[in-house]
Design a protein. Structure first.
Length: 207
């Protein structure tokens, strides 16, 4: 069973915490992570882009000059793609970019992402985070205590208004919740900070 250090808000190690084998010691499947990340990014696309083909552009019904005898290339309509105000070749049309991924593959990718982060030493577990008031300096002091020199994602068991507001102005810190955590966010984050309650929630939901 893998273990990692447990820290307090002052950045001091106060013990160790055991992690679930099923989530944090899973085989790392790069193909599954790649597929899920592609799915997440593709599903964010609106798919509303649209352009007109030469058959949809207004005008151009008359042949612009006779077929032979001018010395010029043979044309019919001045709405062909090579002309100004002409149509677009293979014009994009509204479409659905959704990539459906089986639930088992999504779970495999999620476990692979967390395992790879743990293997890289990028997971930090803290006993709890409690702020008396929603002040950015308090959250910045907490990050300084952990000696973070890269971007980090803080995972909470649920919404804590003080923490969310205190983190809003910190460019290198993003917040997430157990029920919204996904593979793309995990891989994109430099470090992942989990509270003990959030860790229990992740293990209960995904184990």
């Amino acid at each position: 069973m893998p273990k990692t250090a447990l820290y307090n808000m002052e950045g001091a190690a106060i013990g160790e915490v055991e992690l679930s084998d099923e989530i944090f010691a899973a085989p790392v499947n790069v193909a599954a992570m790649h597929l899920v990340v592609r799915s997440i990014l593709a599903n964010k696309r609106q798919g509303t882009q649209s352009a007109l083909t030469r058959g949809e552009v207004r005008g151009g019904g008359r042949k612009i000059y006779r077929q032979k005898g001018t010395g010029n290339a043979r044309h019919h309509s001045n709405r062909a793609p090579q002309f100004k105000h002409g149509g677009i070749v293979f014009a994009p049309k509204p479409r659905d970019y959704v990539i459906n991924v089986p639930k088992k593959v999504r779970r495999l990718a999620f476990k692979s992402a967390l395992t790879s982060k743990l293997n890289a030493g990028d997971i930090i577990v803290v006993d709890s985070i409690q702020l008396k008031e929603a002040k950015t300096r308090l959250m910045a002091k907490f990050l300084d205590a952990l000696k973070l020199d890269t971007a980090a994602m803080l995972v909470l068991p649920g919404r804590d208004e003080n923490i969310v507001r205190a983190s809003g102005n910190l460019a290198k810190l993003t917040t997430s919740y157990v029920n919204t955590l996904n593979v793309y966010d995990i891989l994109k984050a430099g470090k992942i900070i989990l509270t003990q309650d959030a860790l229990k929630g992740v293990e209960e939901v995904y184990a």
